[in-house]
Design a protein around this ligand. Structure first.
Ligand SMILES: *Cc1c(COP(=O)(O)O)cnc(C)c1O
Length: 349
Protein backbone atom coordinates (compact mmCIF):
# COMPACT_ATOMS: atom_id res chain seq x y z
CA UNK A 1 0.00 0.00 0.00
CA UNK A 2 1.26 3.46 -0.83
CA UNK A 3 1.72 5.25 2.49
CA UNK A 4 -0.56 8.23 2.94
CA UNK A 5 1.16 11.33 4.15
CA UNK A 6 -1.95 12.96 5.57
CA UNK A 7 -4.07 11.54 8.37
CA UNK A 8 -7.48 12.22 9.77
CA UNK A 9 -7.54 10.72 13.24
CA UNK A 10 -11.15 9.91 14.12
CA UNK A 11 -12.28 9.31 17.68
CA UNK A 12 -15.05 6.71 17.60
CA UNK A 13 -15.66 7.05 21.35
CA UNK A 14 -16.19 10.80 20.96
CA UNK A 15 -18.67 10.18 18.11
CA UNK A 16 -20.66 7.78 20.27
CA UNK A 17 -20.43 10.07 23.29
CA UNK A 18 -21.80 12.97 21.22
CA UNK A 19 -24.68 10.77 20.04
CA UNK A 20 -25.51 9.80 23.64
CA UNK A 21 -25.41 13.47 24.65
CA UNK A 22 -27.79 14.38 21.80
CA UNK A 23 -30.04 11.38 22.54
CA UNK A 24 -30.26 12.50 26.16
CA UNK A 25 -31.03 16.07 25.07
CA UNK A 26 -33.72 14.72 22.74
CA UNK A 27 -35.56 13.52 25.85
CA UNK A 28 -37.15 10.24 26.77
CA UNK A 29 -39.86 10.21 24.11
CA UNK A 30 -37.73 10.79 21.04
CA UNK A 31 -35.39 8.50 19.18
CA UNK A 32 -32.12 10.12 18.14
CA UNK A 33 -31.05 9.49 14.56
CA UNK A 34 -27.99 10.58 12.60
CA UNK A 35 -27.46 12.58 9.42
CA UNK A 36 -24.66 10.79 7.58
CA UNK A 37 -25.00 12.65 4.26
CA UNK A 38 -21.91 13.98 2.51
CA UNK A 39 -20.00 10.92 3.73
CA UNK A 40 -20.84 11.67 7.36
CA UNK A 41 -19.77 15.29 6.89
CA UNK A 42 -16.47 14.20 5.42
CA UNK A 43 -15.45 11.75 8.14
CA UNK A 44 -16.59 8.51 6.48
CA UNK A 45 -20.23 7.36 6.49
CA UNK A 46 -19.66 3.63 6.56
CA UNK A 47 -17.54 3.76 9.70
CA UNK A 48 -19.81 6.34 11.33
CA UNK A 49 -22.93 4.20 10.72
CA UNK A 50 -21.22 1.12 12.12
CA UNK A 51 -20.28 2.88 15.35
CA UNK A 52 -23.58 4.71 15.80
CA UNK A 53 -25.62 1.58 15.09
CA UNK A 54 -23.61 -0.33 17.69
CA UNK A 55 -24.44 2.45 20.17
CA UNK A 56 -28.18 2.08 19.48
CA UNK A 57 -28.90 4.57 16.69
CA UNK A 58 -31.58 3.23 14.32
CA UNK A 59 -32.40 6.09 11.94
CA UNK A 60 -29.98 7.43 9.37
CA UNK A 61 -30.26 10.15 6.73
CA UNK A 62 -28.36 10.61 3.47
CA UNK A 63 -28.96 13.17 0.72
CA UNK A 64 -28.97 10.99 -2.41
CA UNK A 65 -29.53 7.48 -3.68
CA UNK A 66 -25.84 7.28 -4.58
CA UNK A 67 -25.01 7.94 -0.93
CA UNK A 68 -27.49 5.24 0.09
CA UNK A 69 -25.98 2.80 -2.40
CA UNK A 70 -22.51 3.42 -0.95
CA UNK A 71 -23.77 2.11 2.42
CA UNK A 72 -25.03 -1.22 1.11
CA UNK A 73 -25.52 -3.90 2.29
CA UNK A 74 -27.86 -2.26 4.77
CA UNK A 75 -28.81 -4.05 8.03
CA UNK A 76 -32.52 -4.91 8.12
CA UNK A 77 -33.04 -3.42 11.60
CA UNK A 78 -31.92 0.10 10.61
CA UNK A 79 -33.82 2.82 8.76
CA UNK A 80 -32.21 4.82 5.98
CA UNK A 81 -33.94 7.87 4.50
CA UNK A 82 -32.93 9.74 1.34
CA UNK A 83 -33.53 13.45 1.89
CA UNK A 84 -33.69 14.53 -1.75
CA UNK A 85 -36.63 12.22 -2.41
CA UNK A 86 -37.25 10.52 -5.75
CA UNK A 87 -36.95 12.05 -9.17
CA UNK A 88 -38.12 10.10 -12.21
CA UNK A 89 -34.54 8.98 -12.86
CA UNK A 90 -34.16 7.74 -9.25
CA UNK A 91 -37.10 5.35 -9.32
CA UNK A 92 -35.21 2.24 -10.41
CA UNK A 93 -32.56 2.76 -7.72
CA UNK A 94 -35.21 3.59 -5.11
CA UNK A 95 -37.30 0.50 -5.80
CA UNK A 96 -34.22 -1.71 -5.61
CA UNK A 97 -33.02 -0.12 -2.36
CA UNK A 98 -33.90 -0.84 1.28
CA UNK A 99 -33.74 2.93 1.83
CA UNK A 100 -36.88 5.04 1.65
CA UNK A 101 -37.40 8.44 0.10
CA UNK A 102 -38.26 11.66 1.89
CA UNK A 103 -40.92 12.93 -0.53
CA UNK A 104 -40.58 16.67 -0.98
CA UNK A 105 -43.04 17.77 -3.65
CA UNK A 106 -46.45 16.96 -5.03
CA UNK A 107 -44.82 15.35 -8.08
CA UNK A 108 -42.69 13.11 -5.85
CA UNK A 109 -45.70 12.05 -3.79
CA UNK A 110 -47.69 11.19 -6.90
CA UNK A 111 -44.76 9.32 -8.42
CA UNK A 112 -44.34 7.22 -5.27
CA UNK A 113 -48.08 6.56 -4.93
CA UNK A 114 -48.19 5.29 -8.47
CA UNK A 115 -45.09 3.10 -8.30
CA UNK A 116 -45.02 1.77 -4.75
CA UNK A 117 -47.91 2.96 -2.59
CA UNK A 118 -47.38 0.25 -0.01
CA UNK A 119 -43.67 0.90 0.40
CA UNK A 120 -42.67 3.01 3.42
CA UNK A 121 -41.74 6.61 2.80
CA UNK A 122 -41.13 9.84 4.71
CA UNK A 123 -42.48 13.26 3.84
CA UNK A 124 -40.90 16.70 4.26
CA UNK A 125 -43.17 19.68 4.84
CA UNK A 126 -41.94 23.23 4.56
CA UNK A 127 -42.85 25.26 7.65
CA UNK A 128 -41.14 28.49 6.63
CA UNK A 129 -37.64 27.82 5.33
CA UNK A 130 -38.77 27.67 1.69
CA UNK A 131 -36.22 25.04 0.81
CA UNK A 132 -37.51 21.52 0.28
CA UNK A 133 -40.94 20.22 1.16
CA UNK A 134 -44.65 20.23 0.51
CA UNK A 135 -46.52 23.34 1.53
CA UNK A 136 -48.58 22.99 4.68
CA UNK A 137 -51.69 23.32 2.53
CA UNK A 138 -50.61 20.43 0.28
CA UNK A 139 -49.81 18.26 3.29
CA UNK A 140 -53.30 18.87 4.71
CA UNK A 141 -55.11 18.41 1.42
CA UNK A 142 -55.42 14.64 1.52
CA UNK A 143 -52.52 14.28 -0.92
CA UNK A 144 -50.76 12.02 1.58
CA UNK A 145 -53.70 9.65 2.04
CA UNK A 146 -52.77 6.15 1.00
CA UNK A 147 -49.03 6.49 1.63
CA UNK A 148 -47.27 4.25 4.13
CA UNK A 149 -46.01 7.36 5.87
CA UNK A 150 -43.28 6.65 8.41
CA UNK A 151 -41.88 10.04 9.38
CA UNK A 152 -43.46 13.41 8.73
CA UNK A 153 -40.67 15.95 9.05
CA UNK A 154 -39.82 19.59 8.69
CA UNK A 155 -36.56 21.50 9.02
CA UNK A 156 -35.67 24.57 11.09
CA UNK A 157 -34.12 27.58 9.36
CA UNK A 158 -32.68 29.40 12.38
CA UNK A 159 -32.20 26.84 15.15
CA UNK A 160 -28.61 27.99 15.70
CA UNK A 161 -30.02 31.37 16.79
CA UNK A 162 -31.98 30.36 19.90
CA UNK A 163 -33.74 33.72 20.21
CA UNK A 164 -34.88 33.86 16.60
CA UNK A 165 -38.63 34.20 16.20
CA UNK A 166 -38.63 31.70 13.29
CA UNK A 167 -38.06 28.84 15.76
CA UNK A 168 -41.30 29.27 17.68
CA UNK A 169 -43.19 30.04 14.51
CA UNK A 170 -42.02 26.84 12.77
CA UNK A 171 -42.65 24.85 15.95
CA UNK A 172 -46.22 26.13 16.11
CA UNK A 173 -46.93 25.27 12.48
CA UNK A 174 -45.43 21.80 12.87
CA UNK A 175 -47.47 21.13 16.01
CA UNK A 176 -50.73 21.93 14.31
CA UNK A 177 -49.71 19.85 11.31
CA UNK A 178 -49.13 16.88 13.61
CA UNK A 179 -52.75 17.03 14.68
CA UNK A 180 -53.94 16.93 11.08
CA UNK A 181 -51.59 14.56 9.29
CA UNK A 182 -51.17 11.06 10.58
CA UNK A 183 -47.72 9.47 10.46
CA UNK A 184 -45.91 6.85 12.53
CA UNK A 185 -43.46 9.50 13.77
CA UNK A 186 -42.79 13.23 13.60
CA UNK A 187 -39.39 14.91 13.36
CA UNK A 188 -38.29 18.56 13.39
CA UNK A 189 -34.92 19.02 15.08
CA UNK A 190 -31.39 18.98 13.69
CA UNK A 191 -28.42 19.40 16.08
CA UNK A 192 -29.21 23.01 16.91
CA UNK A 193 -32.93 22.20 17.16
CA UNK A 194 -32.22 19.55 19.80
CA UNK A 195 -30.42 22.22 21.81
CA UNK A 196 -33.55 24.40 21.74
CA UNK A 197 -35.14 21.98 24.19
CA UNK A 198 -37.44 18.98 24.42
CA UNK A 199 -40.44 20.73 22.83
CA UNK A 200 -38.61 20.51 19.51
CA UNK A 201 -37.80 16.80 19.71
CA UNK A 202 -41.13 15.09 18.81
CA UNK A 203 -40.58 11.38 18.05
CA UNK A 204 -37.26 11.52 16.24
CA UNK A 205 -34.34 13.94 16.04
CA UNK A 206 -31.85 14.24 13.18
CA UNK A 207 -28.48 15.58 14.35
CA UNK A 208 -25.50 15.84 12.02
CA UNK A 209 -22.99 18.57 12.88
CA UNK A 210 -22.91 17.99 16.64
CA UNK A 211 -22.27 14.26 16.22
CA UNK A 212 -19.04 15.15 14.45
CA UNK A 213 -17.85 17.62 17.07
CA UNK A 214 -19.42 20.82 15.75
CA UNK A 215 -20.90 23.21 18.30
CA UNK A 216 -24.34 24.40 17.13
CA UNK A 217 -24.17 27.63 19.15
CA UNK A 218 -20.49 28.49 19.68
CA UNK A 219 -19.91 29.92 23.14
CA UNK A 220 -22.76 27.92 24.69
CA UNK A 221 -21.11 26.49 27.80
CA UNK A 222 -23.31 23.40 28.02
CA UNK A 223 -22.74 22.43 24.40
CA UNK A 224 -19.01 23.05 24.64
CA UNK A 225 -18.79 20.92 27.77
CA UNK A 226 -20.97 18.12 26.39
CA UNK A 227 -19.78 17.74 22.80
CA UNK A 228 -16.33 16.35 22.02
CA UNK A 229 -14.10 16.88 18.99
CA UNK A 230 -14.11 13.82 16.73
CA UNK A 231 -11.63 14.67 13.94
CA UNK A 232 -7.98 15.57 14.28
CA UNK A 233 -5.69 16.38 11.34
CA UNK A 234 -2.06 15.30 11.14
CA UNK A 235 0.21 16.44 8.32
CA UNK A 236 3.87 15.90 7.60
CA UNK A 237 6.82 18.20 7.29
CA UNK A 238 8.11 17.96 3.72
CA UNK A 239 10.91 20.44 4.30
CA UNK A 240 12.31 22.77 6.95
CA UNK A 241 13.81 25.96 5.62
CA UNK A 242 15.61 29.06 6.82
CA UNK A 243 13.97 32.25 5.62
CA UNK A 244 16.31 35.24 5.81
CA UNK A 245 15.00 38.58 7.04
CA UNK A 246 13.38 40.56 4.22
CA UNK A 247 12.55 37.55 2.04
CA UNK A 248 9.02 36.55 1.17
CA UNK A 249 7.36 33.18 1.32
CA UNK A 250 4.57 31.66 -0.79
CA UNK A 251 2.25 32.83 -3.58
CA UNK A 252 1.84 36.54 -3.96
CA UNK A 253 4.80 37.14 -1.63
CA UNK A 254 2.26 38.24 0.96
CA UNK A 255 4.42 37.19 3.88
CA UNK A 256 7.79 38.83 4.38
CA UNK A 257 10.11 37.67 7.17
CA UNK A 258 10.82 40.48 9.64
CA UNK A 259 13.87 38.64 10.88
CA UNK A 260 15.77 35.47 10.08
CA UNK A 261 13.41 32.62 10.83
CA UNK A 262 12.66 28.95 10.28
CA UNK A 263 9.59 27.63 8.49
CA UNK A 264 8.17 24.14 7.98
CA UNK A 265 6.46 23.28 4.71
CA UNK A 266 3.55 20.88 5.32
CA UNK A 267 1.77 18.55 2.91
CA UNK A 268 -1.71 19.99 3.39
CA UNK A 269 -3.54 22.67 1.43
CA UNK A 270 -6.90 23.91 0.34
CA UNK A 271 -7.53 20.77 -1.73
CA UNK A 272 -7.60 19.02 1.66
CA UNK A 273 -10.22 21.41 3.00
CA UNK A 274 -7.68 23.58 4.76
CA UNK A 275 -9.21 26.54 2.98
CA UNK A 276 -7.44 29.82 2.32
CA UNK A 277 -9.36 31.90 4.89
CA UNK A 278 -7.86 29.69 7.61
CA UNK A 279 -4.44 31.24 6.97
CA UNK A 280 -5.21 34.09 9.34
CA UNK A 281 -6.07 31.88 12.28
CA UNK A 282 -4.94 28.26 11.90
CA UNK A 283 -1.71 26.81 13.18
CA UNK A 284 0.25 23.60 13.50
CA UNK A 285 1.50 22.20 16.79
CA UNK A 286 5.11 21.10 17.17
CA UNK A 287 4.85 19.36 20.52
CA UNK A 288 2.90 22.01 22.35
CA UNK A 289 4.42 24.98 20.53
CA UNK A 290 1.98 26.83 18.27
CA UNK A 291 3.33 27.39 14.78
CA UNK A 292 1.22 29.97 12.93
CA UNK A 293 0.51 29.68 9.21
CA UNK A 294 2.69 31.93 7.03
CA UNK A 295 1.42 33.56 3.85
CA UNK A 296 -1.17 32.00 1.60
CA UNK A 297 -2.29 28.41 1.78
CA UNK A 298 -1.54 26.60 -1.52
CA UNK A 299 -3.48 23.74 -3.06
CA UNK A 300 -1.29 20.98 -1.61
CA UNK A 301 1.04 22.82 0.75
CA UNK A 302 1.19 25.36 3.48
CA UNK A 303 4.00 26.92 5.49
CA UNK A 304 4.11 27.42 9.25
CA UNK A 305 6.60 29.35 11.35
CA UNK A 306 8.87 27.36 13.63
CA UNK A 307 9.31 29.65 16.62
CA UNK A 308 12.24 29.02 18.96
CA UNK A 309 11.49 25.91 20.95
CA UNK A 310 9.48 24.34 18.10
CA UNK A 311 11.11 21.07 17.32
CA UNK A 312 10.21 19.82 13.85
CA UNK A 313 12.27 18.05 11.22
CA UNK A 314 11.64 16.75 7.74
CA UNK A 315 9.30 13.75 7.92
CA UNK A 316 7.77 14.63 11.29
CA UNK A 317 4.02 14.52 11.84
CA UNK A 318 2.47 17.71 13.16
CA UNK A 319 -1.04 18.15 14.45
CA UNK A 320 -2.97 20.82 12.53
CA UNK A 321 -5.44 23.08 14.31
CA UNK A 322 -8.98 21.79 13.65
CA UNK A 323 -10.98 23.29 16.52
CA UNK A 324 -14.18 23.78 14.57
CA UNK A 325 -15.91 26.73 16.25
CA UNK A 326 -12.68 28.69 16.78
CA UNK A 327 -11.43 28.08 13.25
CA UNK A 328 -14.64 28.64 11.30
CA UNK A 329 -14.84 32.45 11.27
CA UNK A 330 -16.71 33.51 8.12
CA UNK A 331 -16.76 29.88 6.99
CA UNK A 332 -19.08 27.46 8.75
CA UNK A 333 -18.12 24.44 10.83
CA UNK A 334 -20.07 22.45 8.22
CA UNK A 335 -17.77 23.65 5.46
CA UNK A 336 -14.65 22.80 7.45
CA UNK A 337 -15.85 19.22 7.84
CA UNK A 338 -17.42 18.53 4.45
CA UNK A 339 -14.52 19.84 2.36
CA UNK A 340 -11.88 17.62 4.00
CA UNK A 341 -11.40 15.69 0.77
CA UNK A 342 -10.02 12.34 -0.30
CA UNK A 343 -6.32 12.56 0.44
CA UNK A 344 -6.49 11.70 4.12
CA UNK A 345 -6.08 8.25 5.48
CA UNK A 346 -9.03 8.07 7.85
CA UNK A 347 -7.87 6.34 10.99
CA UNK A 348 -10.56 5.43 13.54
CA UNK A 349 -9.42 5.04 17.13
C1 LIG B 1 -28.44 18.05 7.17
C2 LIG B 1 -29.77 17.89 7.77
C3 LIG B 1 -29.89 17.60 9.12
C4 LIG B 1 -28.73 17.63 10.08
O1 LIG B 1 -28.45 18.99 10.38
P1 LIG B 1 -27.30 19.46 11.39
O2 LIG B 1 -27.45 20.92 11.43
O3 LIG B 1 -26.00 19.04 10.78
O4 LIG B 1 -27.53 18.80 12.69
C5 LIG B 1 -31.16 17.31 9.60
N1 LIG B 1 -32.25 17.35 8.79
C6 LIG B 1 -32.17 17.66 7.49
C7 LIG B 1 -33.40 17.70 6.67
C8 LIG B 1 -30.93 17.96 6.93
O5 LIG B 1 -30.85 18.30 5.64
Amino acid sequence: MIPSALRLILDGDALVSNWHWLAHKSGGGAACGAAVKADAYGLGAREAVKRLAAAGCRDFFVATWAEAEALMPWPADLNLSVLHGVGEEDMAAALASPARPVLNSRAQVERWKQAAPARPCDVMVDTGMNRLGLTVREARSGLLDGLALQTLMSHLACADEPGHEMNERQLGIFRSLRREVSAARYSLANSAGICLGGRYAFGLTRPGLALYGGIPVPGDAEQEAGLKPVARIEARVLQVREVPAGQSLGYGATFVAGQDMRAAILNIGYADGYLRPLAGRGHALAGDVRCPILGRISMDLMAVALPSGADAAEGDWLQIDFRLPELAGELSQYELLTTLGRRYRRVWR
